[in-house]
Every structure is written in C-alpha cells, then in structure tokens.
Design a protein around this ligand. Structure first.
Ligand SMILES: *Cc1c(COP(=O)(O)O)cnc(C)c1O
Length: 835
C-alpha cells in the first residue's frame, strides 16, 4: 500500500485487501502447475527436480503473503511495542516443509503432488539449507523466530544475507575439506528484496564538532566510505495462527556515487574493485563457532548489521511517532544474540545524538532501556575484543562514544567503590596492554538493562565468575533464560511417525503447547503403545541407517544401539572422549571380552572451524578408527563407527529421530546450554551426559533413572585442575592404559606415523583444560549402564517414552514466554483475517 521511494509515498488503495488464497488440493495443484508452466517455463520433459521444488515453493509462499501483510497491518493498528532479535547468525535450514506445516497444508500438498505423480519428499530434498550460522547460537535464533510467530509476538529478526553460508564439509582420506556454500545459486524463492528500505552504512573518515543554533555543539562523522544495506525479507509463519513475522537480512551494495567519482577520475577498474570491497562485507559467514577471530571484515559485518537495523527501526519510528522519541524505549526492545551485534549500543547513541539531535543523558536513558544482551559462552577465547586502533580507523565516531561511555561508567564504579583501582582496571571497557582493546561483552553489559545466560548453571557461573564485578554492581540486570528448540521443526516436522502416534494418543495440542506431551507418560507401561513407539523408532533408525549407508558407506544394523554425537567439533565438547570409548570397545572385542555384549553403531558428525588444527585432527582420528573397526571381520555387527559428513539442520532432521543414545559429554562448566541435547530428548533418545549446561535441567525433568549421568561436576573440574595428573590416571586404569597404548603404537595410523601425537599430547598433559582422562572411567561405566539397559527392550522403550514425555520445558515457546515476561514485555498481536 505504501510505495516509498526516498521521501515520496504513493497510496494505491486498489492494491490492498485481496481475499485469502484457497488451500485445498485442487487449488494447490493448479498453482503448482501455473508456476511450473508460466513462471518457470518448464514442461514434462524437464527432469530437474529443482523446478518442481521451486514451483511448489512459490505456490506455498503465495499462501503466506496475505497473512504476512496483515500481520504488519495488525501491528501498526495496535501501535504495539516491538522486539528485534539482532543476530549475526540465523541457521534456518529448509523453509518449504516448515511453511507447509505451519500453514497446515502438508497433507493437501502431498496429495496434490501425488495426483501429479510427484513424491513430495523428493521435491523437498531439492531445497538447499539456508546455513547462515555455525551451530547452536544460530539455530537458537531460528527456533526463537518460530516461537515468536507462534506466540504472535511482534518480533522481527535482523541479520546478514551472506552470499556464502556455512561451508560444505567433505571428507577426503579422513580429512575435512571445506567447499564454499553458494546457497543462492539457484535463486531463493523465500526472500523478497525490499530496495525501498535501503539504508546507508558509514565507515572510516573522521569526526568534527560544529556549533548549533542554540549555542551548543554536535558531532558529525565526515569523509566516510559508505555502503548501502539492502534488505531481503523472509516470511516467518506461526503455527496455524495467521501470523507471519519477518526475518530481515541485509546485503551490502556499493553506492552509485562512490563508483561514479572513481569513474570520473578515470579509474574504471579501481571503481569496480572498490565496488567489490563494499560488497565483500556480506560475502561470507565466518565459520568460527565459539571463538573470535579479530578480523577487520568481521567488525565491518557486525557494524553493518547493527547500523542498518537500527536505522531501519528509527526510520519506521519517525514515521509512526512523527519524530517524538519520548516513548521510544517503551515501544522498542533489542535482544543482542551474544556480543556480535553489540556495536548497536554505541550506534544507537550515535543515531540519537548526531542524527536526532538528542543530548547524552537522554540518548543514554533510551539506549539502556532498549538493549538486552544474551551471553552464550564462558570460554575466554570466545570473548570478543577489538583493538582500539582498528576501531579508530574503521569506526572513529563509535570509538569516541565508547570512550565516553567508559569514562562515565568508571566514574560510577569509582563512586561505588572509592579507591578500588584494581576493580576499575578489571571492569574498564578498555583492556590495557601492548594492544589496548575494547571488551565487547562489557560494552554490552553496561549498555543493556538485561543480561542473561542460556541455562541455569551457565547463568550462575556468569554471575559468580566471568561477570562477577558487574553482578555485584547491578544484580538486577542478571537473569537466566534456559534455551529450547521449536517442537514444530524438531518433532512434528522431522518425526512425522512419532508425531502421529502422539497425536493419536493425546490429541494434537502438544504442537503448540509442548507441556501437554507429558500425557504420554501414562502410556509408558501400556504394551500396545510401547510396541508402536518401538516400531516408530525402528523405522526412524532404518531411515538414518540409509543416510549413513549413502553418505559414509557404512552399514548400520537398526537392531543395534544407535549411539550418536553430532555437533560442532570442539575440544570442550570432547568428541575425543567418545572415540576413546570406541577404541576401548574395539579393544574389548579383540580380547574376547564380549559376554552380554550390546551391538552398537556409533555415529559422529560435525564441522571443525577451518583454522582449528586439533578439531580437524580429531575428525581424522574418528575416520581412521572407523576404518580399522569397520574393516575388522572379528568385530562384525558388535561395533560400527561412522563419521557423517556435512552435518547441518537438514541432517539433524534425520539424525535425531533415529537416535537411541544422545552423547552430551562436554567438560562440566564449558557448554553454556546445548540444544542438540533437547532435540534428541524430544525424539525419545536417552542422554549420556555430564552435569553441564541444560543437561542438568534435562536430568531434573526426566529423573535420574532415565538419564546416564557421569563425570566430574563443574566445581570438581576446577578443584581437580590443581594437581591434575593424567599420567597417574592412565597408569591406574588398565582399560585407558590399553587405549593409550593402541594410540601410541600407531594402531590407527600405521601408514601415517606420528599423525596423532598432538592428540596423545593433549590427553596426557597436566594442563589439559578439558580433562579427558579424568572422566574416562566414569564415562565407560555410564556406557555400560546404557548398554545393559538397551538389552531390555521394554525397559529402554519405557525410558524413551519418559524422555519425550518430559521434554515440555525445552520448547522455545517456554523460553520465549520467559524472554517476553521478564525482558521484552510485548503484547501478543492477534492475526487480522482477510485484510
Ligand atoms: C541443534 C544444532 C546444533 C547445536 O548442537 P549442540 O549439540 O547443542 O552443540 C548445531 N548444529 C546444528 C545443525 C543443529 O541443528
């Protein structure tokens, strides 16, 4: 209805208020045929399934459009407070299945395609994952958007439209090889370019003061190199509720003026090069999970997101409120997904002061009432810091503001603790040293009214450890929001067999109110229900086994215990402990210690950051062990090992329904929450896990009897660190000794001598931060309890049912309700039907 072209708006009443599109089988079939024929120009001879996918995606997308528009109108009409989720990562995965599920048209669509002789499953496989994230943090953002839409909360996601998402992982001779993920190469039917909302983002240059009419002064940022931010909107449908929220992703585009001036200077090629430099900003996702890289381009990306998004919000606000900012803070709230977008704090200050003419006090009052920060990790290597010199060069105006924030903040600290210079040094936003640096986490804390961790233990450790000084100053800012996952994608969509069984037993209320799933616990002792549950799990294991056969060439017997660890490869997540256990099982088989054996298939998958040497070596070790174990006829079905390449959202949709045992074995105190653990639990896997992150809360919900707990606690880890002696542990434990012997004798690298020496060194050093050897015995014993439990099929199935039944807490609907109740305080906006 409003076509905006830089300052000019045109109303075209005839273009609004169309009737909703029908969702029955014949109209879906018609639209599919229409797009296939007239839009894509294909016919019956076209054999590329991609066009089938695209035609269906367009037909489904049409059915979101009116709801999408009406959701915007309803929000405008309600004049409601809005939330914005700022994240450098959104790990969305595929959109088609989710859209069909949330529209409630999966069955109708499947039928329509079947009538045309097309299998919907084949067609859905043609969609490339939107992999704009590394792991848990990015997937959390995606689950949050689903829950916000389902709860009808007016929340918009803001992120970056990376041209290249998370790299594709191939395994060559056991090594990880990275390939670029050009996910947009076939086009993306889910995004809509919104040129009319383009923003301008500035870099470089210098600042200058100038006097104002009223005798004051202001600052302007001049001689900047500007880049345009063009938004692309993706619809985010709620679950069968008529709400469609928006994910807005920014793409960097060179300004015309910039090119022209270069061109006029006669340097055509330089101007094209400059254009490339501008557009590089959104070229590629940084593939580091839980570790900062310090690259200038990354800081450019972070500022790009913060600046474009804030300008977008302010531009909308100025239209709605006619330039009056008095209740801006009451009507807007920004949630910062980790420190990545924390430039938003000084950037909002800049926009309010330099652009809107506000004084410091007023701008600071608004900023500190609209920003909220979520911390995602305690690992020191993940805490972002940027050198002052880089900041000064790239974002000089922001640095001035940060220094002013710091000066005022340190004055507050000094008045609270007079004379405590050590505390001032500790809390300063600037870390002194050879290279002075801005501590982004502290900037985020000082600029926010809320600081939260992502599981109870994590939030507690933040207050007691990492952010202790800040907790003492502002205890009221600190809170916990235990993560979750959306039950739409992670149960209803990815596990239709189990979903059907649950719905037939307790109705379908669980999909939007997961607490209801508790009702299936009553049927845990019903033999008929248990048989059906086991049957569904078996079918899912067959589906997973087919994937493993296809991707790894390893045959998994669905009767075996499926033991799975999929997540980013990181030393703190201890894939190494898992593989030591595998070697131990292999060793037992070779010694003939196989009485009462439980056959087991071990699946490990995950990407390593391309520059993370140890993580990549661990992948190689897993593959080498797999080759020895799988190739040994004496081992047979007792043990199989496979490394699943290119782990991603779409893979997890097959993996978690087919898993019996979920490996959540991080060193206690290191995994902030984990969300993979929740997906597995929801799908009826049992957890073998340490008392870390959300594992603790999972165990609380499911009961100790239904959880294989092992290992040191976070406290014990810190105590044991002093005087940690892995050599003595290996000496005292003959099983671990034998495993270490196989490694040191090179049993898994006979033709690659010395290859795994760094791994042996990491396990045996007293400085091993991950304490792998310390938890080995306890882990093996827990694995033995799991193996014994699996032998009793009824008992295992009962435990599996209890796990699903106890997963209600881990829906992001619960998480988002808590964010909204304690932090955002948004009113739900009911959908407006029919425009
Ligand atoms: C859920 C998920 C993760 C997070 O897994 P954790 O086990 O919590 O680390 C990472 N990657 C993908 C693709 C996921 O779906």
């Amino acid at each position: 209805m409003i076509q905006k072209k830089r300052g000019k708006t045109v109303h075209i009443p005839g273009l609004t208020d169309l009737p909703p599109l029908p969702r029955d089988v014949p109209s879906l079939m018609d639209d599919f045929r229409h797009y296939y024929t007239y839009n894509l120009g294909r016919d019956k001879f076209c054999r590329s399934v991609h066009y089938h996918y695209k035609a269906l995606a367009l037909a489904v997308r049409d059915r979101l459009m009116e709801d999408w528009k009406n959701t915007r109108y309803a929000c405008l009409d309600a004049d409601c407070k809005r939330g914005y989720y700022l994240s450098l990562e959104f790990l969305m995965g595929r959109a088609l299945g989710n859209a069909m599920l949330n529209l409630g048209i999966t069955d109708a669509t499947s039928k329509a395609l079947m009538d045309l002789g097309i299998a919907m499953e084949d067609l859905a496989e043609a969609e490339i994952d939107a992999g704009l994230g590394n792991g848990g943090l990015g997937r959390l953002a995606a689950c949050f958007l689903d829950s916000c839409a389902t709860l009808q909360l007016p929340v918009m996601g803001y992120g970056i439209r990376y041209e290249y998402g998370m790299f594709r992982q191939r395994i060559v001779n056991g090594h990880q090889v990275e390939e670029p993920d050009h996910w947009l190469r076939n086009g993306n039917p889910w995004e809509i370019e919104r040129q009319e909302y383009t923003q301008r983002v500035c870099y470089g240059g210098r600042t200058e003061r100038y006097g104002t009419d009223d005798g004051g002064f202001r600052v302007r940022w001049v001689d900047t190199h500007d880049v345009l931010a063009v938004p692309y909107d993706t619809p985010v449908p709620g679950y069968t509720n008529g709400t469609v929220n928006t994910l807005r992703l920014w793409k960097a585009v060179a300004t015309d003026a910039f090119n022209l001036s270069e061109f006029n200077a006669g340097s055509y090629t330089e101007s094209v090069a400059a254009k490339n430099e501008a557009e590089n900003i959104t070229m590629v996702l940084y593939p580091n999970d839980a570790s900062e890289s310090g690259k200038a381009l990354r800081l450019r990306q972070q500022y790009f997101l913060a600046s474009a998004s804030l300008q977008d919000v302010i531009e909308r606000w100025v239209v709605i409120s006619k330039g009056d900012f008095s209740d801006f803070a009451e009507k807007n709230c920004f949630q910062l997904n980790d420190t990545h977008p924390s430039c938003a704090v000084p950037e909002l200050m800049r926009l309010l002061m330099d652009e809107q003419g506000m004084g410091w006090e007023e701008a600071w009052r608004i900023t500190t009432r609209t920003m909220a920060y979520t911390n995602h990790t305690l690992l020191p290597e993940a805490l972002e810091k940027w050198s002052l010199s880089l900041f000064a060069q790239l974002l000089p105006r922001l640095l001035e503001i940060i220094l002013e924030i710091n000066a005022r903040f340190l004055a507050e600290v000094a008045s609270r603790w007079p004379g405590d210079h050590e505390r001032l040094r500790r809390m300063s936003l600037i870390e002194e040293g050879a290279v002075p640096q801005v501590r982004m986490a502290y900037l985020a804390i000082v600029g926010s009214f809320s600081v939260n961790g992502v599981a109870a233990l994590h939030s507690q450790l933040l207050a007691q450890g990492l952010f202790r000084d800040f907790y003492e100053l502002w205890p009221h800012k600190f809170n916990n929001k235990t993560n979750g996952v959306t039950p739409r994608r992670w149960l209803a969509w990815c596990n239709p067999g189990l979903g059907r069984l649950i719905t037939e037993t307790i109705g379908n209320g669980w999909v939007s109110d997961l607490e209801q799933i508790r009702k299936i616990a009553e049927f845990a002792d019903d033999p008929g229900f248990r048989d059906r549950w086991h049957g569904v799990k078996l079918a899912n294991k067959e589906r997973l086994a087919a994937l493993v056969q296809d991707k790894c060439g390893v045959t998994f017997n669905p009767e075996s215990l499926f033991d799975v660890q999929v997540k980013r490869i990181h030393e703190y997540k201890r894939q190494l402990l898992n593989i030591l256990h595998v070697i131990h099982l292999y060793d037992r088989i070779k010694r003939g210690d196989t009485a009462d054996w439980t056959n087991r298939c071990v699946l490990i998958g995950g990407k390593a950051a391309p520059g993370y040497f140890m993580a990549k070596l661990i992948i190689k070790l897993i593959n080498n062990v797999a080759q020895v174990v799988n190739g040994d006829p004496q081992v047979g079905d007792r043990l199989k090992v496979a490394f699943l390449p290119n782990y991603r959202v779409t893979a997890m949709e097959v993996v978690c329904p087919g898993t019996d045992l979920s490996e959540q074995i991080s060193t206690a105190g290191k995994e902030a929450s984990g969300t993979g653990n929740m997906k597995f639990m929801m799908n009826g896997a049992l957890t073998i896990g340490t008392l870390d992150g959300a594992n603790i809360e999972i165990r609380e919900e499911v009961g100790d009897d239904n959880f294989f707990m092992f290992g040191l606690t976070a406290e014990e880890v810190e105590t044991m660190r002093r005087g940690y002696d892995p050599g003595a542990i290996i000496e005292a434990d003959s099983d671990l000794g034998r495993v270490m012997n196989l490694l040191t004798f090179g049993h898994f690298n006979l033709f690659e001598p010395g290859l795994f020496d760094p791994i042996i060194g990491a396990i045996t050093t007293p400085h091993d931060p991950w304490m792998v050897a310390a938890d080995f015995r306890s882990y093996v014993m827990a694995q033995e309890r799991a193996a014994a439990a699996y032998k009793d099929r009824d008992r295992w199935t009962r435990m599996s049912i209890i796990n699903s039944a106890s997963s209600g807490k881990f829906s992001t609907d619960r998480t988002i309700r808590e964010y909204n109740g304690d932090i955002w305080r948004l009113q739900p906006v009911p959908a407006r039907c029919g425009g």
